[in-house]
Design a protein around this ligand. Structure first.
Ligand SMILES: C[S@@+](CC[C@H](N)C(=O)[O-])C[C@H]1O[C@@H](n2cnc3c(N)ncnc32)[C@H](O)[C@@H]1O
Length: 345
């Protein structure tokens, strides 16, 4: 199955999704119904779950189905305001995926973690120098060996096999998760019935890739209703020591996105966000990939820190980037012992 899937991806090299093509017909029809119909019992949850399965069957063939659960109030599903998708949709002014500068490896079968010649290994090694890690960033069980470092997976130009150890994010989600209503943070993402081990891939923060100026404009609209799904492509390895550097692109999961748009903030997060490159040679456009930082118990909520990884300096309050000058502060409801008590949205 994975073999077929990767072959299909290779053929589709030339195709990339664009924001203007995000389907919205179903969302429009459902939103046109009266509130009575939109809240009718479990029907909505079944439709929502079916849409998720249908829209993601190709790119996460091993994923257990996602359940929508609400034992808090009578809102049967999150609002039907977005197109459910694991893909990245390219907005106006955003360059298409750079496949010309994408280098593949010439390995046979699975890439060898001790190889001296694997091009993907060499590229990865450049970015792991200060960690002391040799080999790929994944271990034999496909778990992440260090967090918040750029991940360079084998790609469509590589000769290695589909079961190569350096292909993890591209295989799609394999763990069970549910979207569940929380008492005080809206909807959230929770582990399914099984424990999720530390360093496991959870999902990709999917959505529209938009320019910095578009993000600023959308940010001030979202701030008015106190809910934002913007995530800047802002990582240390892109700055190269340049104090003036600012992110060129932002991911907006408002119009299109997947379950990761429901990940809430925690001051003591159990997940991290990591930049990852697969079929993209442009360093400014990594995928945002979510991995567990520690073992997650069955049914536990999955959260990441909206302010980057806590560095232990609790006195230091992170400020929103200058472009989100009208960001709104709200009380943080994460409940962690080290909670900063407030967050910006
Ligand atoms: C990306 S959305 C997360 C999903 C959101 N709960 C929902 O129902 O759509 C971010 C929003 O969730 C809420 N949120 C997330 N983490 C929170 C926290 N720790 N405390 C309070 N609200 C939170 C805020 O309204 C924030 O703007």
């Amino acid at each position: 199955m994975v073999d077929d899937y990767t072959a299909m991806r290779r053929e589709m090299d030339a195709y990339y999704p664009k924001s203007k093509d995000i389907p919205h017909d179903l969302q429009d029809r459902i939103n046109a119904l009266g509130m009575h119909h939109r809240r009718a019992g479990n029907m909505q949850a079944l439709i929502f779950e079916a849409i998720i399965t249908e829209n993601t069957a190709e790119d996460e063939p091993h994923a257990p189905p996602i359940r929508i659960i609400n034992d808090i109030d009578d809102e049967s599903t999150p609002p039907f305001e977005f197109y459910y998708s694991n893909k990245r949709w390219h907005g106006e002014g955003v360059p298409k995926p750079d496949l010309e500068n994408l280098q593949g490896c010439d390995c046979n079968g699975r890439c060898d973690r001790n190889s001296e010649t694997c091009a993907c290994m060499k590229r990865q090694r450049q970015f792991l120098e200060d960690t002391g890690i040799t080999g790929f960033i994944y271990d034999e069980r496909r778990r992440l060996r260090t967090h918040e470092y750029p991940i360079f997976e084998c790609n469509s130009h590589c000769r290695c096999s589909d079961d190569c150890i350096n292909r993890v994010v591209q295989r799609g989600r394999e763990v069970a998760i549910n979207i569940r209503k929380t008492p005080n943070k809206g909807w959230g993402v929770f582990a399914g019935d099984k424990k999720i081990p530390a360093n496991t891939y959870i999902g990709v923060y999917a959505g529209e890739c938009i320019t910095d100026s578009e993000a600023e404009m959308r940010g001030s609209i979202y701030n008015k209703f106190g809910r934002t799904y913007l995530f800047d492509l802002d990582f240390w390895h892109l700055k190269g020591g340049d104090e003036e550097w600012s992110p060129k692109f932002t991911i907006d999961a408002y119009h299109a996105g997947n379950f990761t748009r429901y990940l809430n903030h925690s001051c003591d997060p159990n997940c991290s966000i990591n930049p990852c490159y697969i079929d993209e040679g442009n360093l400014d456009k990594p995928l945002l990939t979510i991995f567990t930082l520690r073992d997650v118990a069955p049914g536990e909520e999955l959260c990441f820190s909206y302010f980057g990884r806590p560095d232990g300096d609790e006195e230091e309050e992170e400020e929103p980037p200058a472009k989100y000058h009208d960001a709104v502060y709200i009380p943080c409801q994460c409940g962690a012992r080290n909670c900063r008590q407030r967050m910006w949205t």
